[in-house]
Design a binder for this molecule. Structure first.
Ligand code: NDP
Length: 295
């Protein structure tokens, strides 16, 4: 068997196109959604993410507000900025790029964001809404994973799903989303016993670990849908000294022989995260103005 490759890049482009159409309709009535991104410090990866987010925000017709703060900024200064953004009517969504420097309590900052503008879905109120099945903002990466899974299998009822990883931003919301789709869900983590056997039961396997190619081909149930969230940068001497490349948490070549569908890295889950962020910002803009979310 050779798996269908789930093209996250193409799906994300389509989603951004639908968001752009809806934004154009809002803008025609004088309502332009705005996304504020707060970037603290000089982390190179964070700078790349923020640049991409800002570019794609503008490309779909939204306003992008970037706030760059030095690594030495105090917690109070970040809280003050978040409070100004909460009150700013031009801002529909607020994203504070993580990680934050050590002197800042990340949870405190997340909880300071108005839940109605928390387009990352990290605020405990939005996490609780997901848990209780109430409408709220869902963390962008798991939301993107669910859209990709449903692009190849629209009805997930009764399927066995295994999520490896239990972080608040990926693993836990992913598991909750799959429960909401009527899957029977197992959450695996670093203390899970017999992980390979656990994974082999999965009709849907989501790997969100951060360990290069940990999931091997013989961990996968024949015909399973495999979603690889992992982004791992490893040396790539073939491309030249000091060069690197990205690989996932799944041994792609082996897994593609067994799975029915699989996301590649790069080009799978990665592009979905920003597309879902823009979708969430559109939703925030509609909700704040009392408008229905466009289909
Ligand atoms: P975290 O480090 O927060 O969580 C990793 C999880 O993996 C933990 O729950 C940990 O278990 C578990 N784990 C670690 N080692 C093992 C092991 N040997 N066996 C089983 N489970 C293990 O990472 P994130 O959730 O933030 O991210 C996971 C991956 O997804 C990373 O590669 C990250 O780069 C990527 N990512 C990709 C995004 C995208 O846009 N595509 C967005 C966000 C993340 P325990 O809880 O017991 O420690």
């Amino acid at each position: 068997m050779s798996a269908t490759i789930i093209d996250g890049k193409a799906y994300a482009a389509g989603l951004r196109g639908r968001v752009a159409d809806a934004v154009a309709a809002l803008a025609a009535n004088g309502m332009v959604p705005g996304l504020a991104v707060v970037l603290v410090g000089e982390d190179p990866a964070s700078h790349v993410y923020v640049k991409n987010k800002a570019r794609q925000t503008v490309e779909v017709g939204m306003r992008s507000f970037e706030h760059r703060l030095p690594a030495s900024v105090t917690e109070t200064e970040v809280l003050d900025l978040v409070s100004r953004l909460n009150a700013d009517p031009a801002v529909d969504g607020i994203l504070v790029q993580l990680p934050l420097p050590l002197q800042i309590d990340t949870q405190k900052i997340i909880e300071a964001i108005d839940p109605a503008k928390d387009v990352d879905g990290f605020h405990p109120i939005n996490a609780g809404r997901l848990m209780t099945g109430v409408r709220g903002f869902v963390s962008c990466t798991p939301l993107g994973c669910l859209l990709l899974i449903r692009s190849v299998q629209p009805n997930l009822a009764g399927l066995d799903a295994v999520v490896i990883g239990r972080s608040n931003i990926v693993g836990k919301p992913m598991a909750q989303l799959l429960v909401s789709q009527n899957c029977t869900v197992t959450i695996a983590h670093s203390k899970t016993r017999d992980l390979k056997d656990v994974c082999r039961r999965a009709d849907i396997l989501v790997a969100a670990v951060g360990r290069p190619e940990m999931v091997r081909g013989d961990w996968i149930k024949p015909g399973a849908i495999v979603i690889d969230v992992g982004i791992n940068r490893i040396p790539n001497p073939d491309a030249g000294e000091g060069r690197t490349r990205l690989i996932g948490d799944v041994a792609y070549g082996e897994a593609a022989q067994v799975a029915s569908a699989i996301t590649p890295v790069p080009g799978g889950v990665g592009p979905m995260t920003i597309a879902c962020l823009l979708r969430n910002t559109l939703e925030a803009a509609c909700l704040r103005r009392g408008l229905p979310m466009p289909a």
